[in-house]
Design a protein around this ligand. Structure first.
Ligand SMILES: [Ca+2]
Length: 131
């Protein structure tokens, strides 16, 4: 009983064997944030933005929860929890790395970028003096 008193609500949740809501999350909720995936502190307590959304959906990690951006950091909960490494969907200061906009454009238009580069190389070769 003394050990249980030293644990936070998130630990008690697992200790007393309630259905694990963490197990429903990507990677079974095993990420660097632990209880803070849903709670404000490492020992549980109040819910963060994602925890409130998850509770609102009765702990169903369904499409509306996955597609929501609970912490309004520009990434959906699903993008954050499936990122490698996962980021915290309840913390707006935690989000996946996003390449700069020019690099994103170049990656999404790779064929055009390669064609421009190839055309530039051909133009340079044409200007080379013939041996
Ligand atoms: Ca986040």
């Amino acid at each position: 009983m003394m050990a249980a008193l030293a644990l936070g609500p998130c630990d008690l949740h697992a200790l007393y064997g309630f259905p694990s809501d963490m197990d429903k999350l990507p990677g079974r909720g095993r990420n660097d944030f632990g209880c803070q995936t849903c709670h404000l502190s490492k020992t549980g307590g109040g819910l963060n933005y994602f925890g409130a959304s998850y509770l609102e959906r009765d702990f169903n990690y369904d499409a509306p929860v996955q597609e929501e951006d609970s912490d309004r950091d520009g990434f959906t909960n699903g993008e954050e929890l499936n990122a490698y490494p996962a980021t915290n969907p309840g913390d707006p200061e935690s989000f996946p790395w996003r390449p700069p906009s020019l690099l994103r454009w170049m990656l999404s238009n790779a064929a055009l970028v390669l064609a421009i580069l190839a055309g530039g190389l051909l133009a340079l070769r044409k200007n080379d003096p013939v041996p």
